[in-house]
Write a protein that binds this ligand. Structure first.
Ligand code: BG6
Length: 476
């Protein structure tokens, strides 16, 4: 019997995580094409309809935007925090914090402006060469997501995004291009960020417009099937081109508790957890789980597979599982009481938990539970690639930001990660979300800050973009 592990392994990958569309800016520079993220408008809290996701853009809205008919609209993801021109300064600050890894995504539309182009855009490839070189200069291992909430817009307009099978080939061509180009610089790859989001917000997860769909769910799960096949083919290519590559899937883990011990609540929680873990089940076990048969039948969903798809999924499963974890959710078969918000999905209020400024429940012990649950299900290495606290920060008269609440959130989650390691979980890394303040994915706000580094920019897009250290960074 092996001895109990007592702490983090020496080669543990500590770092921070970002996405191109939330940091880079320069949305139309050096040959970049438009992406779905460039169409996402900032919507102030007062204008948001509860339940309506700010990210769900329609064809009508896109046409209006492209025709220039949108008054006073601002598109914060087009500007990000201008990482495109500040990456050296930003990576130097990450190095100062002792980062061992930096998670970033490649903007597909920087490499293939339309997505289906015959040749890549050299200026886009050169940009990421410089970014990776800068990381490696400090001994920071890049962890790269191929697709993080930005499909080239042309693929949405011409093919309706991932609902069309032809997009698999465009994606594998893009993946092969970047694997060949960066094979000596990047070893850790993730295929699709939070792949399960395609079933919740199909525009965000896969550039799919659903307003004309006869069966919205069927369209979403068909698009998910295409992403599964594309992810498996990309995994195959990575292993062929980069012999020591490690490829992971990425899930927005929505760990859901039953609100009470009423068996109806327990069954509902089990169902929601299955709907969430379906995605990692396919990518880690290489086949569709039997519990989906009933769901598909009852929702009139028929997935069109081509011959060979099942074999591709089976033969090219992932090397590790990565996931985001911000909060836990609770569910009830008869929801009556208070509701809470959450990352793409809310739930009923858990009276034992506090919530963030955005109503997300804070549950460090839920992270330990989640890690154990994942590991006993798959027995594959785990990587937490997003976790953090979105909060309002105040700059005090002395020019400082005293974000003790964020330090507290992170400390408590890290303590529980250590407990999970003691429980026997093979945890290989942790990248906290938004080590530098960035544009929020769900709301496009700048005021929802996660960073260790403050960026002087507000929700109206005003500010100097000056970077300054918050409390955590001043402690290091
Ligand atoms: C995850 C996404 O869903 O949560 C990130 O992968 C996102 O892109 C993060 O930023 C936090 O969500 P938000 O809406 O607070 O930015």
């Amino acid at each position: 019997m092996a001895k109990m592990k007592t702490g983090f392994p020496k080669d543990f990958l500590w770092g921070g995580a970002t996405a191109a569309n939330q940091i880079e800016g320069a949305y139309n520079e050096d040959g970049k094409g438009l992406s779905t993220a460039d169409m996402v408008r900032f919507i102030p809290k007062s204008e948001r309809n509860p339940g309506e996701h700010a990210l769900d853009v329609t064809k009508k809205q896109i046409n209006k935007i492209l025709a220039g008919n949108v008054e006073e609209a601002r598109f914060p993801k087009r500007e990000g925090i201008d990482f495109y021109h500040h990456y050296k300064e930003d990576i130097a600050l990450f190095a100062e914090m002792g980062f061992k890894t930096f998670r970033l995504s490649i903007a597909w539309s920087r490499i293939f402006p339309n997505g289906d182009d015959a040749t890549p855009n050299e200026a886009g490839l050169a940009f990421y060469d410089q970014v990776f070189d800068e990381c490696l200069k400090y001994g920071i291992e890049p962890l790269v997501t191929l697709s993080h909430y930005e499909t080239p817009l042309h693929l949405t307009l011409k093919y309706n995004g991932w609902s069309d099978r032809r997009v698999i080939e465009f994606f594998t061509n893009y993946a092969e291009t970047v694997f060949r180009r960066y094979k000596d610089k990047v070893k850790y790859w993730l295929t699709f960020n939070e792949i399960n989001i395609i079933a919740i917000s199909p525009y965000t997860g896969g550039g799919v417009l659903v307003e004309d769909a006869k069966n919205r769910l069927e369209l979403c799960y068909q698009a998910a099937h295409h992403q599964f096949v594309a992810s498996a083919l990309a995994t195959k290519l990575a292993h062929e081109i980069i012999p020591d590559a490690k490829v992971g899937c990425m899930l927005a883990r929505m760990t859901t508790y039953p609100a009470t011990n009423n068996p109806d609540d327990i069954l509902k929680a089990q169902h929601l957890n299955q709907m969430n873990l379906f995605f990692t089940d396919v990518q880690a076990r290489g086949e569709y789980p039997s519990y989906m048969d009933r769901y598909f039948t009852e929702n009139n969903i028929s997935i069109q597979k081509e011959s060979g798809d099942d074999e591709i999924l089976k033969e090219h499963t992932v090397d590790f599982i990565s996931f985001s974890y911000y909060m836990s959710l609770s569910t009830s078969a008869n929801p009556t009481g208070k509701q809470t918000g959450g990352n793409f999905m809310g739930g009923v209020k858990n009276e034992y938990l506090e919530t963030s400024d955005w109503g997300w429940q804070i549950d460090p012990k839920g992270l330990r539970y989640t890690l154990n649950d994942f590991y006993s299900r798959y027995e594959l290495p785990l990587f937490i690639v997003e976790n953090g606290l979105g909060a309002y920060d105040k700059v005090t008269a002395d020019g400082k930001i005293h974000d003790d609440y964020r330090i507290d959130y992170l400390r408590k989650h890290i303590e529980q990660m250590k407990e999970a390691i003691k429980d026997g979980v093979d945890l290989i890394g942790y990248t906290s979300w938004g080590p530098i303040d960035l544009i929020s994915a769900s709301t496009s706000e700048m005021s929802k800050r996660y960073g260790f580094i403050y960026v002087d920019k507000d929700d109206d897009g005003k500010g100097t973009l000056k970077r300054s250290k918050k409390r955590f960074l001043r402690l290091v």
